[in-house]
Design a protein around this ligand. Structure first.
Ligand SMILES: Cc1ncc(COP(=O)(O)O)c(C=O)c1O
Length: 412
């Protein structure tokens, strides 16, 4: 199946054919919780072990291969997020682990009475590490409110929390629960005006956009490879190496004090990082008409994929909204193709289980968006059902979802 995107044809069938797991006949509407991986990523991981790889720093070839994989992975991620310098790319096992690490490092630069701003829109991984570090250091924590009707994060509401003691704003570029994309650029620039830095959670945002760190104005940008066709246990914080230079996380004395290595604890996962390189190469080829540097091909491919998935997402959202008894959260003015809904008279868990029995993969609950679940009044009531589409999703999958929810709603 091909989808016409401007003059370019986005060939969804050709993309899907590269994903062995998608051949199982199910509708994979769970990408917000992690994508599947294409064969090239599986091969890159397996090939690393098959060829042999050893820890960095020894005078034999397998060790040099480890060093080369890490360097390639930093360059690949810099291409993906538009980081000017690969030396600003820090790897860690998960975004959660990295955020705790950066919170601990930044905490040492704060003074009692300073302030930080977090938001209700964020996954708890970009809230709790900051709140806990702030409490340890005697800082005031301010929480920017979401409008529960629209799921919008109003810029003015965030800006109003900034003052001369604000040191940091932790902000998501896209909500993993409802898909809301706040105006990151406006918020990071307002933060900069008061001398605060920004830590932007790009975990849900990255697979749905062509990221440009400079345009976002993000001082730190976090993402996790398993959300964009890469393997698990390969997350990233990207920043200006100059900014990293000024931070001194706890580290083992014999470990390198260079940037970015000083932020990486222990041995890097070489096979996973080889998978990251392959995943970025794959993303750059989603549109086989893409030409130029890898960064340019990523721009073409991810824009084409974005048009495809936005069309599907809009159909999914409009279709769900049209089903009686469905309450859909939002809409915000800008969002990823992610739907969050409840069906009157049915617990979200029951809906997700029934959909699963009909071959549809989706999530229920509140996906660690702890503050948002509270703001929406859903924390104690099982949350909602989340369905999401991405670059390998199809019309047929969305149809299956809409038919199944409509049948459930009418009791069939
Ligand atoms: C928006 C968002 N932030 C952070 C995380 C946590 O990422 P990780 O699993 O890499 O810790 C997730 C995971 O679902 C997420 O969706």
């Amino acid at each position: 199946m091909s989808v016409i995107v401007g003059v370019v044809v986005f060939d969804v069938a050709a993309v899907r054919a590269q994903y062995p797991a998608l051949g199982d006949g199910r509708a994979w509407l769970d990408g917000a919780a992690g994508t599947q991986v294409p064969q090239v990523v599986i091969d890159a991981v397996a090939q690393t072990y098959r060829t042999g790889v050893s820890n960095q720093g020894a005078p034999f070839e397998a060790s040099s291969r480890g060093t080369e994989i890490v360097a390639q992975a930093r360059r690949a991620v810099a291409d993906l997020v538009g980081a000017a310098d690969p030396r600003g790319v820090v790897f860690g096992p998960t975004m959660t682990a990295l955020t705790y690490r950066f919170a601990a490092a930044l905490q040492t630069t704060w003074r009692e009475g300073d302030e930080i701003v977090v938001t209700q829109l964020d996954h708890d991984a970009n809230v709790r590490p900051w709140v806990q570090a702030a409490r340890r250091a005697g800082l005031t924590v301010r929480i920017a409110a979401v409008d529960p009707q629209t799921t919008e994060l109003p810029v003015d509401g965030v800006r109003a929390l900034f003052g001369e003691r604000t040191r940091l704003v932790a902000l998501t570029a896209a909500s993993n629960l409802v898909g809301t994309c706040p105006d990151v650029t406006a918020i990071t620039s307002a933060a900069r005006e008061v001398g605060a830095i920004s830590f932007v959670d790009g975990v849900h945002h990255t697979p749905h956009s062509h990221v440009d760190l400079a345009a976002l104005g993000a001082d730190f940008y976090a993402t996790s490879a398993y959300k964009w066709a890469g393997p698990h246990l390969a997350a990233v914080v990207a920043a200006d190496p100059g900014l990293l230079q000024g931070l001194h996380p706890d580290r083992l004395l014999p470990s390198p004090d260079t940037v970015p290595e000083r932020f990486e604890l222990g041995t890097n996962p070489f096979a996973s990082l080889a998978g990251v390189v392959a995943a970025v190469t794959h993303l750059a080829q989603l549109d086989d008409a893409a030409r130029g540097t890898q960064r340019e091909r990523l721009a073409t491919s991810l824009r084409a994929a974005g048009v495809h998935e936005d069309a599907l997402g809009n159909r999914m959202l409009a279709g769900l909204a049209a089903i009686p008894k469905v309450t859909l959260y939002g809409p915000p003015s800008r969002r990823t193709p992610t739907a969050y809904f409840r069906l009157e008279g049915r617990a979200p868990a029951e809906v997700a289980e029934t959909l699963s029995a009909r071959g549809i993969n989706c999530w229920h609950g509140y996906a660690y968006a702890w503050e948002l679940a509270e703001a929406l009044g859903l924390r104690g009531s099982g949350g909602g059902v989340r369905t999401s589409v991405n670059f390998y999703s199809t019309d047929a999958e969305v149809n299956r979802l809409l038919d199944a929810v409509a049948e459930l709603a009418t009791g069939r």
